[in-house]
Every structure is written in C-alpha cells, then in structure tokens.
Design a protein around this ligand. Sequence first.
Ligand code: SAM
Length: 475
Amino acid sequence: MFTLEDNQKYTAESFIKNDEIWQIINESEDLAKDKDLVLRILEKSKKAEGLTPKEAAILLNLKDDELIKEMFAIAKQVKEKIYGKRIVVFAPLYVSNYCVNNCTYCGYKHCNENLKRKKLNKDELIEEVKVLESLGHKRIALELGEDPVNASLDYVLDCIKTIYSIKFDNGSIRRINVNIAATTVDEFKKLKAAEIGTYILFQETYHKDTYEKLHISGPKHNYNYHTTAMHRAREAGIDDVGMGVLYGLYDHRFETIAMLMHAEDLEKNTGVGPHTLSVPRLKKAENVKLENYPHLVSDDEFKKIVAILRLAVPYAGLILSTREEPVIRDEIIALGVSQVSTGSCTGVGGYAESQKELNEKPQFELADHRSPVEMIESLMTSGYIPSYCTACYREGRTGDRFMTIAKSGELNSVCEANALITLKEFIDDYGTDNTRKLGNALIAKSLNRFPNENFRNSVKKKVEKIANGTRDLRF
Ligand code: SAM
C-alpha cells in the first residue's frame, strides 16, 4: 500500500495542465490551415530531432490529404533512420486476472462477478512459457490485474525468476517487460533488481475528471499516484519506462499532447524520456459496451496519431498490439511502428491447451489472430526485418545510453544486425519451409546493405554461427 509521501512526492498537475493543453490544441486549429507552416514542421521532422507539443498539435489538426500523405511518408523514413527496417516482435503473458479496481472499460474489473478469477501457479506458468518458447518468442510483456493480496509483488517477482530460468529446447525468454499497476519507489527497486526490461504502464486517460469517472474504485482511482508512476520508477533506477494512452476514453488530441508533455517532463526531470509508447485502442470486453464511449478513434485519426508520435518522439519504440485488424495493422505499421505483438492471448493461461477455457473471457477482444509464423512472413513480405532481439538492455544500452545512441541515428545498423541474427534463429528453429525460404533470401539481401565492410563481415559470421547451431549471439 502506498503512503501519503509516495503520493505527494511528484504532482501530475506540474506537467499535465488542462488549460495549457486545450489552448495549444485550439490555437493549432487555424495554424494547421497554413500550408507553409505545416511544410516547415514536416521539414523539421525529417531531422528526427522531435517536435514540440505545439507542432504536434498543428499536425494533429491537419486536414489536407496531400500533406497528410507527405507526413506518413516522413514518419516511415524517420522510423527507418532510427531503427532501420527491423520490427521487434513480442507476446503478452497474462499471469493473473484478479483485480481490485473497477475500471469501467476493462474486462477484468472487480465488479465482473461472473469472471472466473485465476492466477497461474508455477506449473501452469511453466506450461505457458513452454508454449511461448515453442512459438519462438524471446521477449514477453508480463501482464496482470492489480490485487496486492492475490497477486502481490512477491508473486510477480517469483514469476519473473521462473520465466527467466526455464529453457525448452533452443527456447528462452530473454527480456521480460512488466505491465503492472503503479507502485512505490521501494517496489520499483525490487522490479529493477529482478532485471525487468521495460516497466510499462498506460495512463489510460490524462484527463483528470474523465480518469476519476472511469476508474470508479480501487487504488487506480488515484489520478496523481497513477500519473506520477514513471517518475517513481525512474527514481528507483528503472532505466526504461513505457508509456501509453488507451485511445477512445477522451479526446485523442488532448491525450496525445498530454502524453508528449509527460514524456518531455520525464526527460527534463529524470534525464530519460519514454523508452516506448503504446497506442491501444478501446475494444469490446465483458460488460464493456463501446456505445458508452463517445471518443472512439477512427482509423484515419489513429493513423495520424501514430505518425505524429513517431515524428514527435523519434527515439521511442512505438508499439502496436493485436487489438487491431490485420489490414489496418499492416497499414499502421508502415507509419513508424517499431514493435508488434503476435499470436497474443489476453486471458490467463491462454497459450496452453489445458487452460483454454479461461481464455474465453479475456481482458478485451483481439482482432489480429495471425500466428507468429504468419506474422513474420507477412512482415518479411512487406519489406521489414522481424526481430527477436533483446540485446540492448543485456548490453547495458538502457536509459540515457540508449537514448543517446538512438538520437544519434547510429542504432539502426546494430538493430538491423541483431534483427538478422535473431531472425535466422527463428526461421531455423520455428519456421516452415516457406518462412525459411523467405527469411534466408531476406537475410542474404539485407547483409549486403551494410555499408561498413568490417561490420558486414562480422554480422555474416554471426549469422553463419547461428546456421551451425550456436544460439543467442548479439551486438
Ligand atoms: N495492472 C495493469 C492494469 O490493470 O491496468 C495491467 C495492465 S492491463 C493488463 C493492460 C492494459 O490493457 C490496460 O492498461 C489498458 O490500457 C488496456 N485495456 C484494458 N481494457 C481494455 C479494453 N477494453 N480495450 C483495449 N485495451 C484495454
């Protein structure tokens, strides 16, 4: 349980100022009609040095189709400038659906009395990890509802230890990102000591009145405590934090500008901005009716949001989940997305056959049901290099070290090299004949694109070693 001191240490009002956000948005409506100004902002965004909230707001208000098309093309270029053609692949792992909160939009809300509550025991967790490893996953996002009694932080720490320790065949989970409720500096220190990758927490909505209305009861009702969680995580020494907004709860322009202000403040006051940004859109769930949410985001608005986030925070990983339909998902990936989930289950025990019935009531409905192999093939066919890389945090490239390299534009070669090495692992261990054919051709073609001969040769050597059976190589 948090203390008053935990709650008062940082104040959300110091970086989320409703009036200021609305003023920026309102002033931008007219400015967005000024073609020369928009062209200047687009020109600036090509440098991949980010945008101010005001510039982002102007782009959010953009209506001119030609300029929007131009913005989409630049977002793709900027993503490739920072991260190359690689798209990181991961899967969520739900370990508990116990939850003491009543968040109106969530299938796991406490008042959903018919939902069978479940937390994985050690054997069940091992079963889940076995399935995830057999699908080729190396990176997971650990997910659970908030319940300090039924699923305490000690339970989470035990899960992390178990997951990192078990290896089936050539499988291993090498990075565990953790999406758990806002907590205290002391508990964040324990997560850091457990060697988590990114600490992820979605803000849901930055609009305080809406936040308090939608989070009816439970600790999550506390807007200030939730909104300042990243500041406490950074104080505890967690280098990589992942932000997100649940689009559909409030005006998407307000949410986007507020998230950028949150990112700016975090960077200014803790030295590091967000490692990732997530853009979940509200989906149907048990006792959640989309008709009750007047701010649902259309596909066209959603595309603009993704492209603008890429331009505004070019160094951040941009994550797209399987909440989106395959066709729209493929379109959105091209607008600057750098990480995708695949083959996801959002129910507890959803991966192992023995637990399937629990997955019938997931946290929310998914729309992209492609298996990892199908998704990997689709990414390769679209010109991307799917990546199971987990190198950065294992090589100490976290926090400000990561940001400095990402901002310098020097990360892309390392990203592509690690993508090729881990793709080779994936196709050899888990691919079909078709995956291997597509993958080997892509690897051969991409290897020849590294301009530096020495680097090219050392990537080639590592790929050859993987082909000969060595595993877990990286730069
Ligand atoms: N302890 C965290 C919590 O309970 O919020 C765990 C994160 S939860 C497992 C992951 C995220 O799913 C939430 O932060 C929320 O943004 C999102 N989510 C919840 N209900 C959703 C819905 N109906 N549609 C889409 N996303 C939803």
